[in-house]
Structure formats: C-alpha cells, structure tokens
Design a protein around this ligand. Structure first.
Ligand code: ADP
Length: 167
C-alpha cells in the first residue's frame, strides 16, 4: 500500500498536467514478498501507459487485493482511454510492439513497457490479463504469486503464543 501510494504520488503531477484524474480504489494492506523495484516497475509502466493513452478529462484507477486462497497479489490499473483492438490485445505484450493510435503520440517510447510488465509477472509465477474495448478504455490485471509477510508485531505475538518457542 505504501509503495502504491508512493508511485501514485510521484506520478501525480504528470496526471494533473494532462487533466487525467488518478484514483486509488481498494489497495491491499500488508507486506508482500515482491521486490520494491519489481512492483514499482510494473505499476509505473502501467500508469504511464494509462496516462499516455487516456485523453484529458479521463480517469485512471489503481486497485489491488490479496487473494488468500490463491496466495496471489492482484494489481489492477484501469483507464478510460482509447482502448486496444481485439486483434492487438495479445501482441502488445511482445517486445518492440507498438500500435499506432490516431490521437495518441508516443514520443520516446520503444514498446518495451508491457514486455517488462509481463516478464516481471512471470518471474513471480503470475501473469497479465487485459480487458479492453476500442474507445472504452483498458484494464490491465497483473497477478503475482507471493507470500504475505506478517507484520513485525503480529510475528512477535505469534512467537510468544507458541509453546514450542521457549528457546
Ligand atoms: P510503448 O508504450 O513504449 O509503446 P508498451 O509495451 O508499454 O510500449 O505498449 C505497447 C503498445 O500497447 C502501445 O504502443 C499501445 O499501443 C498499447 N497500449 C499499452 N497500454 C495501453 C493503454 N492503457 N491503452 C491503450 N493502448 C495501450
């Protein structure tokens, strides 16, 4: 959660500048066994794409949740932007693939962002899903198989409650 807020804060000026609103919905609480760098890289790539492909006045929303059963951290970035045609939805995750949009310019980009996102998700035995319709926006869902790391206090409490831990 803190990391999510940090990334969102750091990108807030760019969103303001383009008049796209950046919303945080439910964000998973707790610590997870994913490196800060990996998490930041996934989230900032998705956010900068969402911003790039959402016209002024649009909305980008971040949410995340912890699925206890599946042991998965699920991160979702939704935008109200230009959307991605069905025939392009698979290949945008490939390296160096860029789709030309009529109203979006992509200066300085090379088509690696989503390939990196997928690579990182796979490293955590997860994956990326995309739901999108042209003109309606896109939702990227990234799953990471991680562990939820107990908070320090809870951890200590667990140890003191455990009979076997009288070391
Ligand atoms: P880049 O942003 O450098 O072009 P990416 O790998 O991040 O490369 O994205 C590949 C392509 O996927 C982009 O060229 C764009 O057409 C499409 N794309 C990515 N994110 C979005 C989005 N949120 N909305 C619409 N199209 C997107």
């Amino acid at each position: 959660r803190e990391k999510t807020e940090q990334v969102a804060r750091s990108m807030a000026p760019q969103f303001r500048e383009r008049s796209v609103s950046l919303e945080k919905e439910d964000v998973a609480d707790g610590r997870f066994s994913i490196s800060n760098e990996h998490f930041t890289s996934v989230l900032s790539n998705l956010l900068s794409n969402a911003l790039k492909y959402t016209p002024p006045g649009g909305t980008v929303a971040i949410s995340s949740k912890w699925d206890e059963q599946a042991k998965e951290l699920i991160l979702r970035v939704r935008d109200s932007g230009v959307g991605i045609a069905p025939e392009d939805q698979k290949r945008i995750f490939d390296k160096f693939v860029q789709i030309k949009h009529r109203d979006a310019s992509t200066p300085g980009s090379v088509g690696l962002g989503l390939a990196i996102v997928r690579e990182i998700a796979l490293r955590y035995h997860g994956g990326v899903e995309l739901e999108s319709a042209l003109g309606k926006g896109s939702t990227f869902t990234v799953r990471f198989k991680v562990q939820r790391v107990p908070e320090m206090e809870k951890d200590l409490l667990a140890v003191s409650n455990n009979e076997a831990s009288t070391l």
